[in-house]
Design a protein around this ligand. Structure first.
Ligand SMILES: [Fe+2]
Length: 549
């Protein structure tokens, strides 16, 4: 059975995309933003993602059995009294004809998130957490996943939104909506001095039930604006809001770092209570996570260290980017199809060597074919050069994981400054390390396989002077475990770097210009690498020198 999962609509839509599941296996998954060049692809139907899947998999909509949409639109529209769109109309808007109406299946948003987390996790049984801004109405839900029964059972749900709480704090600090990662990074510079005040507003009881000082009337439409406005008012009583960028961590910024640290602490406490109570009650040791808040790697790191938790799996596209995949999985399980695949995150489009060569010839660039591609890249990095790598299939999810990545030497803190400056990032923000998994415990406290860069781990004290560029101010790092199995070519690059330097780690930061999505084509790769004034671009066995210094 071929199931096409999709996400993205003309309103209230973000991070849309499409995924193809065939006989329970993932064949292709892509996010619309990469194809249209607009980050988060707000309010877009994923036309380009659908087109690409059909083209690359050589299929048409005729060949697809189910088109699974990761929102329960009929229910949603009914809730806010909007004109109901029939499946025929839906088919017409998305696919240009009414004739595929019978193939359409709607999946509740949190069910889609939960399926995207549990089924590819490899766990037989797991507690499944879905934490985002808001689904149709629900914002936090907890499930018990059972592979044998091919089933997810809902244990708890609430409209109290941890996503909007964290978003409000983010905006209060002066960042924009969607920049929650900056709040998390800033938290490490502060102390949770406002945690007590925040706990009075939002907390969890010992049984994992979340309590909030206010509630927002269920209107069915997006409650984001109203909820965040209420939060902002409440936060104003704790600390006045600020505006503008944070270029440096100066004394006037510390109170806001304290606010970030307090919000982070309260968020973690709530998640800990949910996980501890339910893991014990249902006798499960593994936790699968999705929803935008699932990308909070500091919180995932804390959860992974709980004694009741054995393993954590965070869907690499934990945000709504993964909804297309989750909707397809939900549809498959509803049809009693067994979903069985490993969540290798390289599921997008690729360009072969000939296509890259053609592009380079046309552009008259200063390139050569590498005799040993990984070795040459490693050599350049070890000499202090910054190399953008474009190889294999595009990553699914917001993290670049070695196929559309900028790589550099992690040993000196100077590289953090240099790379953040070139990328137009604030100098205080951390960069992430990619490490050969077989060496992970020599450098980091966590032995968890973290191939999607979704878990923070402590950098072992004795090796911190070897990892100056990737050790955050609080001594942690957002690690990517690199294995031969998931990404052999990236593994080879780090292996070569290890041979030269004795350090099995490189800096891995996403290959994109500030404010743009991660690059998806050789042309975007070239334009972006030049715009950032990087030293080299390495594409499918070709090395391109970008300037003469
Ligand atoms: Fe969501």
């Amino acid at each position: 059975m071929k199931i096409l999962g999709i996400n993205g609509w003309i309103e209230r839509g973000h991070d849309g995309g499409a995924a193809l599941l065939e006989d329970g296996k993932l064949k292709f998954a892509i996010e619309e933003e990469r194809l249209i060049g607009i980050r988060h692809a707000y309010d877009r139907i994923p036309y380009e993602s659908i087109r690409m899947i059909c083209e690359k998999e050589k299929i048409s909509i005729e060949d697809i059995n189910i088109i699974a949409i990761g929102w329960d639109y009929p229910n949603l529209w009914k809730m806010f009294g909007a004109k109901f769109i029939s499946k025929k109309e839906m088919s017409k808007v998305i696919l240009g004809t009414e004739k595929y109406a019978d193939k359409i299946m709607y999946v509740e948003h949190h069910i889609a998130h939960a399926c995207s987390a549990f089924y590819p996790s490899g766990f037989e049984k797991a507690l499944v957490l879905v934490i985002d801004g808001q689904g149709e109405y629900i914002a936090t839900s907890v499930f018990l996943g059972d592979k044998k029964k091919n089933k997810l059972t809902k244990l708890y749900e609430t409209s109290i939104s941890l996503g909007y709480f964290y978003a409000a704090v983010t905006e209060h600090i002066g960042f924009f909506s969607g920049q929650e990662g900056k709040t998390m990074g800033l938290a490490s510079y502060g102390k949770p001095v406002y945690a007590k005040q925040l706990r009075k507003l939002i907390s969890a009881e010992d049984n994992g039930v979340i309590k909030c000082a206010f509630s927002v009337a269920k209107k069915g439409k997006d409650e984001e604006e109203e909820t965040i406005a209420i939060w902002r008012n409440l936060l104003e009583d704790i600390i006045p809001s600020r505006e503008g960028k944070i270029e440096e961590i100066t004394s006037d910024i510390i109170p806001y770092a304290n606010l970030a640290a307090s919000a982070q602490k309260v968020l973690e406490e709530i998640l800990i209570k949910i996980v501890e109570y339910n893991c014990k009650k249902y006798n499960v040791q593994n936790v699968a996570i999705a929803g935008g808040v699932g990308l909070n790697c500091a919180a995932s790191g804390i959860l992974s260290e709980l004694t009741c938790v054995d393993k954590i799996f965070t869907q690499p596209a934990a945000n709504d980017g993964g909804i297309s995949l989750g909707a397809a999985i939900a549809a498959a399980t509803q049809k009693n199809e067994k979903v069985d695949f490993e969540m290798i995150p390289y599921q997008g489009n690729e360009f072969n060597e000939e296509e890259v060569l053609q592009f380079l010839r046309d552009g008259n660039y200063n390139y050569h074919k590498a005799e040993n591609f990984p070795k040459e890249i490693a050599q350049l990095i070890s000499e202090g050069k910054i190399v953008a790598v474009f190889q294999g299939r595009l990553e699914f999810g917001p993290r670049a994981l070695g196929n559309r990545s900028i790589l550099a030497d992690p040993r000196s803190a100077e590289m953090l400054l240099k790379l953040n400056t070139l990328k137009g990032r604030e100098v205080w923000r951390p960069l992430a390390p990619a490490i050969l998994f077989e060496h992970q415990t020599e450098y980091f406290s966590s032995n968890q396989f973290s191939p999607y860069m979704t878990i923070n781990s402590r950098v072992i004290e004795e090796v911190r002077n070897n990892l100056g560029a990737v050790t955050h101010v609080d001594g942690t790092a957002r690690i990517q475990s690199v294995s031969k199995r998931y990404n052999p070519s990236f593994h080879l690059i780090i292996e070569e770097f290890y041979k030269i330097t004795g350090v099995p780690v490189v800096i891995n930061t996403s290959f994109n210009v500030k404010g743009e999505p991660i690059v998806a084509t050789p042309k975007e790769a070239m334009d972006s690498a030049m715009a950032m004034n990087l030293d080299y671009l390495a594409m499918e066995n070709y090395i391109i020198k970008l300037h003469n210094n």
